[in-house]
Ligand binder design. Sequence first.
Ligand code: URA
Length: 209
Amino acid sequence: MAKLVVFDHPLIKHKITRLRDKNVDSKLFRELVNELASLMVYEVTREMPVLDVEVETPLTRCKGHVISGDSIAVVPVLRAGLGMMDGIMNVIPMARVGHIGLYRCPETLKPVEYYCKLPEPLDEKFVILADPMLATGFSAAAAIDLLKAKGAKKIVFACILAAPEGVQALTDLHPDVDIYTAAYDEKLNEHGYIIPGLGDAGDRIFGTK
Ligand code: URA
């Protein structure tokens, strides 16, 4: 069964509160999203594989562990997921990066793929799927469908805000994918926005509104 991790740390609570403020401009909004993503990476990557190595200190030899770039992939969902990338890559710069682009079909309201470029092979990689807002969960579920179709076996999902509806949908559709969120909000409104939320994450990251 999927694990839901809601961060409970003063630094994360502080940054989330700043992020929600409608008067925060795009520059600060981007910085906050990246800082949150960096702070979350420590917990999100807790189960990622390490290689056993020997290292020579100035005094002796000892056993240690390193992370191979080949064993970890970070995949932002376009476009808002890009807003978390600098923060994640600052902490795990060796990771490979893929991209998934999805748009919502106006007739069916279902996510449709328009771009997919992933590091290969994916089957042995620890895959972090990043999208700041887990709202209905349909885009995240569709992105995970794609990752699994390309061979991914170990996937975790990292977001900044999650709605109960999105968590429910994602755990129903992909019970093997753990969800990490900086905050867990109340509900979705009739337009699919998270309440209290922070508005449209993509627009606020890129200043498009
Ligand atoms: N996507 C957003 O950017 N904001 C929401 O509240 C829901 C989905």
